[in-house]
Design a protein around this ligand. Structure first.
Ligand SMILES: Nc1ncnc2c1ncn2[C@@H]1O[C@H](COP(=O)(O)OP(=O)(O)OP(=O)(O)O)[C@@H](O)[C@H]1O
Length: 606
């Protein structure tokens, strides 16, 4: 029977949901060809080779990658050339930008598309190793009749992705055969080889990009650690992840239960989020000690061997020890490791003019930390903007072109100092769009101006943990991210509670039972809730000891207040204060942004 017809029937059967002996990756790719790319399995199309000019453009864009990948590609080709393999390096679009093949087979290779400039995207060529690898981000073999288009069913192709240090797929490495044995298993060795080469290319890329940073290489076995490690990541001076190989992205993602496909989210997070390791232990992991002694553990309990490589030339800025933190920063936490690490990072950032964003639940201390960073950094005015009050009023923030001094915006007022945008997610969409330039380039456009104005200031944005109203592209421009833990997750919460009482000037202390209640409480209002509790206790408790009975029902288990009741209280307070937001906020014990938010959530009009 006609092989082509057979092939088409098999694809149609899979489309109808019949089970198939093919690998899941092949079946999924066939389904994408049918439903996403809308390809016809009965149609046959020759491999597409880009015109010269278009190919030149693709190669120019991949120049850096080709330069870094070159030795890896040549080594791989040297290993497989004797077995008639050709080697292709394709860019993200599936276009072959580098090629090594046997001159003697030139004609046949060109004909079959195993050639420079061939486009092997799945949408163009149907199921093929390069295209399916780009779609799935994983290494795979597409062997003979695994191909969707029966034009390609004589080929056997094996591909592995190459990721950049930010975790984005940038290229695919492929070795292919014009003719191969029938069994797909014949290509297992090819798969291993391509994956190892891709890993080494990523490693070379990471090392080239991070000569001045700490690099941490990881391996499951000490024997390979120093010669051919499985993964590597780079760290900035304060121990945050700067970049990684794909292997490292998988390890870090697994350690925190994240999806490795969103590796970009791992960048900027502190090392202890993933490993039981802090930067002050990196020196103990250099080659001075035998590899077998350099083991560490991931947060999900996997044991790894590590090799830390010191930054070259410039000495790295090691994180400030706790005693070296400025008093403003030091006072923000007791004995809590994540907070100590966060404050060290904040101290390192405070002396540089980089934008910073601070995330945390309501009352977690975002604004307080922003102020402390400003204090630690030194110079200039501090302008705090409550973004709910700005809304979409562009002129308020950015000022107007050719304005008199009094009409300048808040950004101009912060010149030479710090601009804190508190609850930045409360800004309207137009203001958010205008803010992008300030965050990314340090310039801004006053309303009505045609030329951007440079802003010499440090930008600190605070945002709620879940801030869906904020543009994703703005979030990424808001600089280094500091994530404040919720009070219930802090080991120093009882220390904070005692200190809050002391700050009220009261000669009071908590009984052991009362401390147990505080330790178990969920603290939805975080530090704000704690400081209000201290103020209330100071006013209500007579003896020297706060007992469980002295604590309010919200802590000791009375039913929580319902949203309707909260709405009624808010409405009543607004009426009593004649709509005065500041006074309402003061009486409710929350800040003004919270009142604005509740008004909006409850659909009230002012
Ligand atoms: N480290 C701290 N120790 C004790 N109290 C603190 C600390 N940080 C903040 N507070 C107190 O907690 C309250 C809330 O702090 P802050 O306004 O900084 O929180 P926030 O996260 O910005 O809140 P929101 O997002 O709700 O505006 C303030 O009264 C502040 O004084």
């Amino acid at each position: 029977m006609d092989l082509h017809l057979n092939h088409v029937r098999e694809i149609e059967a899979v489309a109808e949901g019949r089970s198939s002996a093919r690998d899941a990756a092949v079946v999924e790719s066939w389904m994408r060809c049918l439903t996403k790319h809308r390809l016809n399995p009965a149609a046959r199309s020759e491999a597409y080779i880009l015109p010269e000019a278009a190919l030149r453009e693709h190669r120019q864009r991949s120049e850096d990658l080709i330069a870094i990948a070159r030795s890896g590609i040549e080594n791989l080709y040297a290993l497989v050339a004797g077995q008639n393999y050709v080697l292709l390096l394709a860019d993200r679009a599936g276009v072959t930008v580098e090629y090594l093949g046997d001159e003697a087979q030139k004609q046949a290779l060109r004909q079959s598309g195993l050639w420079l400039g061939a486009e092997w995207s799945e949408g163009r060529a149907g199921t093929c190793a390069l295209g399916a690898c780009i779609e799935t981000g994983e290494a795979l073999v597409i062997h003979q009749t695994d191909h969707f288009d029966s034009t390609h069913t004589s080929l056997s192709c094996t591909a592995a992705p190459i990721y950049d240090t930010a975790g984005r797929l940038t290229a695919v490495l492929d070795i292919s055969l014009l003719c191969s044995p029938r069994a797909k298993a014949s290509q297992s060795l090819a798969l291993n080889l391509v994956q190892a080469s891709a890993r080494r290319i990523e490693m070379a890329n990471l090392m080239a990009e991070n000569r001045r940073e700490w690099v941490l290489r990881l391996s499951r076995s000490p024997e390979f650690l120093d010669v051919d490690p499985e993964a590597a990541l780079s760290l900035d001076g304060s121990g945050r992840v700067l970049g990684m190989t794909h292997g490292a992205a998988r390890i870090l993602a697994r350690a925190t239960g994240c999806d490795w496909r969103r590796a970009g989210d791992l960048i900027g997070r502190p090392l202890p989020d993933f490993l039981n390791l802090t930067t002050d232990r990196l020196e103990a992991l250099t080659r001075q000690r035998p590899a077998a002694e350099r083991f560490i553990e991931t947060r999900d309990g996997h044991r790894l061997f590590a090799h830390a490589i010191e930054p070259r030339r410039l000495p790295v800025r090691m994180p400030a020890a706790r005693g070296q933190l400025s008093p403003a920063l030091r006072g923000l936490a007791g004995d809590d490791d994540p907070m100590t690490a966060l404050l060290r990072t904040a101290a390192a950032l405070a002396v540089r003019p980089l934008p910073i964003s601070i995330e945390g639940e309501t009352g977690a201390g975002k604004l307080t930390l922003a102020r402390a960073i400003h204090d630690a950094g030194g110079a200039g005015p501090l302008v705090v903007v409550h973004c709910a009050e700005v809304g979409d009023d562009e002129a308020l923030l950015f000022g107007r072109a050719a304005a008199r001094r009094a009409d300048q915006g808040l950004i101009a007022a912060a010149e030479g100092g710090t601009l804190v945008l508190h609850r930045v997610e409360e800004l309207g969409p137009r203001v958010q769009a205008r803010l992008m330039r300030l965050a990314a380039e340090g310039t801004y456009l006053p309303v009505g101006a045609v030329r951007p104005v440079p802003a010499r200031l440090r930008l600190i944005a605070t945002l709620a943990r879940e801030a869906p109203a904020l543009r994703a592209d703005l979030v990424h421009r808001l600089g280094a991210r500091l994530r404040l833990p919720a009070l219930r997750d802090r080991a120093d919460r009882l220390w904070l509670a005692e200190r809050a009482l002391a700050a009220e000037g009261a000669e009071l202390s908590f009984s052991a039972e009362a401390l147990a209640v505080l330790a178990a409480h969920g603290w939805p209002g975080n530090l704000r809730e704690l400081s209000h509790l201290a103020a209330t206790l100071r006013a209500t408790v007579e003896g020297p000891v706060v007992r469980v009975e002295d604590l309010p029902p919200s802590l000791t288990g009375a039913p929580p207040r319902r949203a309707e009741a909260a709405g009624a209280v808010l409405a009543q307070l607004l009426r009593q204060t004649g709509g005065n937001i500041s006074e309402t906020a003061r009486r409710m014990g929350v800040n003004r942004s919270t009142v604005h938010r509740q008004i909006r959530r409850l659909g009230m009009t002012r």
